[in-house]
Design a protein around this ligand. Sequence first.
Ligand SMILES: Cc1cc2nc3c(=O)[nH]c(=O)nc-3n(C[C@H](O)[C@H](O)[C@H](O)COP(=O)(O)OP(=O)(O)OC[C@H]3O[C@@H](n4cnc5c(N)ncnc54)[C@H](O)[C@@H]3O)c2cc1C
Ligand SMILES: *[C@@H]1O[C@H](CO)[C@@H](O)[C@H](O)[C@H]1NC(C)=O
Ligand SMILES: *[C@@H]1O[C@H](CO)[C@@H](O)[C@H](O)[C@H]1NC(C)=O
Ligand SMILES: *[C@@H]1O[C@H](CO)[C@@H](O)[C@H](O)[C@H]1NC(C)=O
Ligand SMILES: *[C@@H]1O[C@H](CO)[C@@H](O)[C@H](O)[C@H]1NC(C)=O
Ligand SMILES: *[C@@H]1O[C@H](CO)[C@@H](O)[C@H](O)[C@H]1NC(C)=O
Ligand SMILES: *[C@@H]1O[C@H](CO)[C@@H](O)[C@H](O)[C@H]1NC(C)=O
Ligand SMILES: *[C@@H]1O[C@H](CO)[C@@H](O)[C@H](O)[C@H]1NC(C)=O
Ligand SMILES: CC(=O)N[C@H]1CO[C@H](CO)[C@@H](O)[C@@H]1O
Length: 440
Amino acid sequence: MKEALSVLCLALLVSVSEAAVTKPGIGEFLGCLRSWPSPESPITDDIFTADNTTTFLSFYLAYTKNTRFASPNYQTLMAIVTAKNLSHIQATVVCAKSNGVQIRIRSGGHDYEGLSYISSVPFVILDLFNLRSITVDVPSKQAWVQAGATLGELYTKISEAGETVNKTLEQGGIDVLYKWQLVSSKLPESLYVKAMSQVANGTRSGERTIAVLFYAQFLGGADELVSIMNQSLPELGLKSQDCLEMSWLNSTLFWEDLPVGTPASILLDRPSKPEKFFKSKSDYVKKPIPKEGIEKLWNGMLKINNNTVYMHWNPYGGVMDTIPATATPFPHREGNLFKIQYYTAWFDANATKGSLDMMKELYEVAEPYVSSNPREAFLNYRDIDIGSNPSGETTVDEAEIYGSKYFVGNLKRLMEVKAKYDPENFFKNEQSIPPARVKQ
Ligand SMILES: Cc1cc2nc3c(=O)[nH]c(=O)nc-3n(C[C@H](O)[C@H](O)[C@H](O)COP(=O)(O)OP(=O)(O)OC[C@H]3O[C@@H](n4cnc5c(N)ncnc54)[C@H](O)[C@@H]3O)c2cc1C
Ligand SMILES: *[C@@H]1O[C@H](CO)[C@@H](O)[C@H](O)[C@H]1NC(C)=O
Ligand SMILES: *[C@@H]1O[C@H](CO)[C@@H](O)[C@H](O)[C@H]1NC(C)=O
Ligand SMILES: *[C@@H]1O[C@H](CO)[C@@H](O)[C@H](O)[C@H]1NC(C)=O
Ligand SMILES: *[C@@H]1O[C@H](CO)[C@@H](O)[C@H](O)[C@H]1NC(C)=O
Ligand SMILES: *[C@@H]1O[C@H](CO)[C@@H](O)[C@H](O)[C@H]1NC(C)=O
Ligand SMILES: *[C@@H]1O[C@H](CO)[C@@H](O)[C@H](O)[C@H]1NC(C)=O
Ligand SMILES: *[C@@H]1O[C@H](CO)[C@@H](O)[C@H](O)[C@H]1NC(C)=O
Ligand SMILES: CC(=O)N[C@H]1CO[C@H](CO)[C@@H](O)[C@@H]1O
C-alpha cells in the first residue's frame, strides 16, 4: 500500500560507492532469473537492467517519490524486476541470494528515505506495483490488499461508508493551538481534528509568518459537529457554514488538497515521476508544549528559508489508547497526546544540504518538549538521522538505537521473529531489524 510522499541523499551515496563497488555476478544473476520456470507469464518481460535507457528510467522513476533520489546509482543498481506472479518473486529472491546480490523491495516507493529503491552495495529492486489485487469483505470487516495497490484504489473499493464534514480555518493564535493540545486527544472517536502550523506570506511583501490551520473530519452531520466543537474548542468559533458534508470517499480527495469537485476517479491514477525534494522528521508528545515552546518551534520553522515548511500535529487518544502497546509492532499507544510531523520541500538540488541541516536544527529545538528515553519516532516518517547502518550490514548496537525509537518495547520480540524467519539477515536495509541471534 502507499500514500502520496517519500526521500535520501544522492550525492553522498554516489561519492561513497563509486570507487569501491563493482557489480558481481550480474550475468549469473540475470541468467538464473531468465531460466527460472514462470509458467503463468514470462519473467523475461519483467526484467529491466539498469542501462540508463529511457525505458529503464521511466520504470525507476514511476515509484520514486522524492526527487532527492531521482538519479539511480548505476554503480550498484543491477536491475528492476516488475514481478507479475508469485514465481517471479521467488525467482528474484533465490537468484539474488545465490549470487550475493542485495534485494530492495518496493511497494509504493513512498519510503521517506528511499530505502525501498536505494543501496550502496550491488542490488536489485523487486518492484511490486503489478501485484495490486484488493478483496474487501464487509461482513467480517476485513480487506486483503496486495502490496502494489495504491491507497486510492483501496479507498475506491471500500467507499461504501458514511457522511463526512471538513473544515479549514486559518487562525494566528497561539492560544487556540495550546488549547488544542488539551482537548484533541479526548474528543469523541468519530471526530479527528488535526492542527497544522505552516510558514505563510505575511501581509507585507517579503514578510513571512506562521498560520495555523485546523482540519477536522467527523463521521456525522455538520450541526452535531458544531455543537461538539462549541463545547470542546469554542475558541475556533466553528459554524455549520464552515463545513461541507460529503461522502467518505470524497473526503480522501480533500486530504490530498484537491479542489472541491475533483472527480473521485483521480484516485485510480498511478504516479509517473517524483515531484519535489523533501525531508520529514517525527516526534511524540506526551505533555502539552508550553506557549514559549510553540514560539520557539515556529521561529525554527521560519529559519528554513525559501522552502515549503509545515508542522502537522496529529491527535492520538481515541482508539489508539485502547490497543495495548504490545498487541502489534506499532508501540505508540496510550499516553501520547499527539504525533508531530516536521516537513519541508524544495525544488532546487542546491538547496538540499541547507534544508537537511535546518531540519536537524528544528529537531533540536523540539527536544525539551517531546518524548525522551527513547525519543520515539514514527516508522512511516522514516528518518535516517535517528540512527542507521551501512547498506550491506546490520549491527545490533546500531539497530537498538533506531529500533528502540520506532518500536520501543517491541524491538526485542521483533528481533526474535526476524531470527526465526530470516536468520541470515538476507532482507536488510539501513534501518532494518537484526536477527536476535546476531547479538554478541
Ligand atoms: C506523499 C506521502 C504521504 C504520506 N502520508 C502518510 C500519512 O498520511 N500517514 C502515514 O502514516 N504515512 C504517510 N506516508 C509514509 C508512508 O506511509 C510510508 O512511507 C510507507 O512505508 C509507504 O509504503 P510504500 O509501500 O509506498 O513504501 P516502499 O517505499 O515501497 O516501502 C517501504 C519499506 O518497506 C519495504 N517493503 C515494501 N514492500 C515490502 C514487502 N512487500 N515486503 C517486505 N518489505 C517491503 C521497503 O523495502 C521499504 O523498506 C506518506 C508518504 C508519502 C510519500
Ligand atoms: C545516462 O544518460 C544520460 C543521457 O544519455 C547521460 O547524460 C548520463 O551521463 C548517463 N549517466 C550515466 C551514469 O551513465
Ligand atoms: C500471473 O500474472 C498474470 C499477469 O498479470 C495474471 O493474469 C495471472 O492471473 C497471474 N497468475 C497468478 C497465479 O497469479
Ligand atoms: C509567497 O511570496 C512569494 C514571493 O515573495 C511567492 O513566490 C509565493 O508564491 C508566495 N506564497 C504563497 C503561498 O502565496
Ligand atoms: C455555543 O454555546 C453557547 C453556550 O453554551 C451558546 O450560547 C452558543 O449559541 C453556541 N454556539 C453555537 C455556534 O452553537
Ligand atoms: C463527490 O464528489 C463528486 C465530484 O465533485 C460529486 O459529484 C458528488 O456529488 C460528491 N458526492 C458526495 C456524496 O459528496
Ligand atoms: C527560492 O527558490 C526558488 C525556486 O526553487 C528559486 O528560483 C529562488 O532562486 C530561491 N531564492 C533564494 C533566495 O534562494
Ligand atoms: C546549483 O549550483 C551549481 C553549482 O554551483 C550551479 O551551476 C547551478 O546553476 C545551481 N542551480 C540553481 C538552480 O541555482
Ligand atoms: C475537499 C473539500 O470539500 N474541501 C472543502 C472543505 O471545506 C472548506 C471550507 O468550508 C472548503 O473551502 C474546501 O473546499
